[in-house]
Write a new protein. Structure first.
Length: 147
């Protein structure tokens, strides 16, 4: 894949050419619907739209309890399961999040450890500094989990 026309990529991703033109314009890349774009531009667009359309609809499940969080996610590409040791204060909880929103919030944190506050499967999760200095507070709303 070396080059592709904007309208062809739009058709492949099931989006409008104008959306691609807007995203690339934000990156300083000037294109029109009939323009050919290089691999780097294609990757920018795919990163923005392709994963947002498919994989981000799959929730990341947190099964919280017994001083650990079991994190799991199953997609058409595979599955991941991991256990994270935590300092827990409260009851067990099963909650799910949109993976893109969760990653955006966690990647914006400058610290290696964060404090995550949960209250119920349908209530938002607050991500705060472990220092307690309120230098940042992020809220992520959960998604409904279907078994």
């Amino acid at each position: 894949m070396s080059k592709m026309r904007v309208h062809e990529l739009a058709k492949e991703l099931d989006i409008k050419s104008s959306e691609i033109i807007e995203v690339l314009g934000e990156k300083g890349i000037d294109v029109k619907a009939q323009s050919s774009i290089d691999e780097a531009s294609i990757e920018i667009v795919k990163k923005k739209f392709h994963s947002a359309k498919s994989e981000n609809k799959v929730p990341v499940r947190f099964n919280i309890g017994y001083d650990k969080i079991d994190v799991s996610c199953i997609t058409g590409k595979g599955q991941v399961n991991d256990t994270v040791p935590v300092e827990l204060d409260g009851d067990n909880l099963l909650i799910g999040f949109n993976c893109r929103f969760l990653l955006d919030a966690l990647s914006a944190c400058d610290e290696e450890k964060v404090k995550m506050e949960f209250s119920a499967p349908t209530s938002g999760c607050f991500i705060k500094s472990v220092e307690g200095d309120d230098s940042y507070i992020y809220m992520i709303l959960p998604v409904r989990l279907y078994n």
